[in-house]
Structure formats: structure tokens, C-alpha cells
Design a protein around this ligand. Sequence first.
Ligand SMILES: NC(=O)C1=CN([C@@H]2O[C@H](COP(=O)(O)OP(=O)(O)OC[C@H]3O[C@@H](n4cnc5c(N)ncnc54)[C@H](OP(=O)(O)O)[C@@H]3O)[C@@H](O)[C@H]2O)C=CC1
Ligand SMILES: Nc1nc(=O)c2c([nH]1)NC[C@@H]1CN(c3ccc(C(=O)N[C@@H](CCC(=O)O)C(=O)O)cc3)C=[N+]21
Ligand SMILES: [Mg+2]
Length: 293
Amino acid sequence: MTATLIDGKAFAAALRARLAEEVAGLAGRGLVPGLSVVLVGEDPASQVYVRSKERMAAEAGMVSIAHRLPAETAQDDLLALIRTLNAEPTVHGILVQLPLPAGLDAQAVVLAIDPAKDVDGLHPINAGNLASGVPALVPCTPSGCMMMLRDRLGDLSGANAVVVGRSNLMGKPMAQLLLAANCTVTVAHSRTRDLPAVCRSADILVAAVGRPRMIGADWIKPGATVIDVGINRLPPEPGADKGKLVGDVDFEAAKEVAGAITPVPGGVGPMTIACLLDNTVEAACRANGISRG
Ligand SMILES: NC(=O)C1=CN([C@@H]2O[C@H](COP(=O)(O)OP(=O)(O)OC[C@H]3O[C@@H](n4cnc5c(N)ncnc54)[C@H](OP(=O)(O)O)[C@@H]3O)[C@@H](O)[C@H]2O)C=CC1
Ligand SMILES: Nc1nc(=O)c2c([nH]1)NC[C@@H]1CN(c3ccc(C(=O)N[C@@H](CCC(=O)O)C(=O)O)cc3)C=[N+]21
Ligand SMILES: [Mg+2]
């Protein structure tokens, strides 16, 4: 059996095209959604994502400003920047790229972000609202995963969903969204016993671990839908300057067993950025009392 490829890149391009139309309409009413991305330090992978976010925001007709700060930035200076952005009416969304360099307290930074501008959905107000079934800004990566799952499967009611990973940015909100969609949800992590057997029970398997190709073909129920969130850079082959980008799933093996699977690159990653733009439009509309169609 060969799995259907879930084309996140094409799905994301379609979502961005719809957003560009919506943004053009808002601009006609004098509202230009604005996103501020804060990048502390020089992590090369983060620089790639931040450039990609800036470019795609601009293509959708939005304003995106990246604030690049040195790794030695003091906590108080970072908090002062967040407060400035909170008070700036042209900024509707604030995203602080994680992880932060050692010495900076990510939790304190997240708490400082105005929940109404928290387009990452990381503030406890948004996380709590999501868990309580109250409208919230929802973390972008899980939102993107849900869009692809609904597109592929329609109604998810009753499906056994296994999420591997329990981070605040990915695993926990993913589990909340699957639960809200009436899946039976299992959240697995580094202490889970017999992880391969747990994964094999999944009709929907979401991998957000950060371990290259950890999930092999024999961990997958035949016909399952597999969403691979992992972004792992392998060491470069001799003579190459950059290693290959791979997910947490052994794609070549898994595609012979799964019913459908997202590739890396070209799967979840592009959807994350499209959903970030969507959250920014959402935040801009709410701030201006505009209801979206
Ligand atoms: N495509 C995209 O848009 C995005 C991709 N990512 C990628 O997704 C991956 C996960 O990201 P993130 O959630 O932030 O990562 P974290 O490092 O914050 O969390 C990793 C999770 O995986 C669990 N884990 C680690 N090792 C194992 C193991 N051997 N078996 C089972 N579980 C394990 C950890 O368990 P424990 O809690 O017990 O330590 C933890 O819950 C990374 O590759 C990241 O780059 C992340 C965000 C967006
Ligand atoms: N506060 C915060 N919010 C985040 O959402 C966040 C973060 N910090 N820190 C890092 C992770 C990772 N992340 C990615 C986004 C897009 C791609 C993406 O577009 N990937 C492309 C390829 C990119 C490449 O070639 O390197 C793809 O998968 O096709 C990947 C990873 C967001 N994250
Ligand atoms: Mg993390």
C-alpha cells in the first residue's frame, strides 16, 4: 500500500491566497493587519522561519516587522519591547520565537504578551480558553494539523488519536483540538511505556517529538493518517554544507503502511506560517470589532 501524500505546501498556499483577499478587503476599510516577530539570538534555523514569516506576511498584504535582538539581551529589555508592542495599535500580533537563549525566562516573556495579541496562543489565558472550549487564539501548528486532518477525514468523531509529545506549543494544544473534535485522545511522551504499541492503536498519529525518523513503519496501524510535525536537520553528507531536513517519522518506510501522511519539508511547516497569518488577521479583526465571514 502507498499512502496519499497530504500536500501542506499547496494547502498553505491556498489558505494564504484566501487571506490575501480578506486582507485586501480590510485594507479598503483602513485596517492593515500587523505582525511583530521577536527573534533573540542568531539561531540559523530560527532565522529561516522568521524570514519566511516576513515574506509570506508581506505577500498577503500584511505588515510584518521583525525585531532582531542580540543573544545577550537582558530580560528587562525584552520585557520592555513586549510592553511597547502591546501598546502599539498598528501591531495586532506578537510572536516571540522560541526557544530563547539561555538566561532569558520564556514563561515571563509569554505572560507579558497581551493575550489579545498572542498569535502563538501560548499565554495561559489562551491556553485556558482553548481547554475550556471558549474562543481563543489557538497555536498555529496544531491549527494547521487540524485543517489537514479535517480536509482528509471530514468528521473525526470517535477516532483514536495519539499525539506523541506534550509541549505547550504543540502536543498539549493538539490534544485539546482533537478532543474538541470528539477523538479519543492519548498523549504520549518520553516516559510512555511501549510507545510503538501505543502508536499502533492510532487511527490518527501526530508526531511532535524532535527525534529524526523515530517512528518506523511497524509503529503505524495500516491505513492510519500520519501527521509529522518534526523538523530535524540531519548532519551534512561529506562535501555538503547543509544536512537533509527530516521529520519524526521514517517517511519512506511509513508511506507503505499509512493511509495518508504529511511530508517534511512541505507538510506541517508551511501550514504553521499560514495559520500564523490567519491568527494575525483574527486578532486585527477582534481589536477593531470586525466579525469575519
Ligand atoms: N512544523 C512546524 O511548524 C513545527 C515543528 N516543530 C518541531 O516539532 C518537534 C517538537 O517540537 P516541540 O513540541 O516544540 O518540542 P519539545 O522539545 O518542546 O517537546 C518534545 C516532546 O517530545 C517528547 N519526547 C522526547 N523524546 C521522546 C521519546 N524518545 N519518546 C517519546 N516522546 C519523546 C518529550 O517528552 P517529555 O515531555 O517527557 O520530555 C516532549 O513532550 C521538533 O522537531 C520541532 O522542531 C515545532 C513547532 C512547529
Ligand atoms: N514562538 C514560536 N512559535 C512557533 O511557531 C515556532 C517557534 N517559536 N520556534 C520554532 C518552531 C518551528 N516552527 C516552524 C515553522 C515553519 C516551518 C517551515 O516552514 N518549514 C518548512 C521548511 C523550512 C526549511 O527549509 O528549513 C517545511 O517544513 O516545509 C518550520 C518550523 C515554528 N516554531
Ligand atoms: Mg519546544
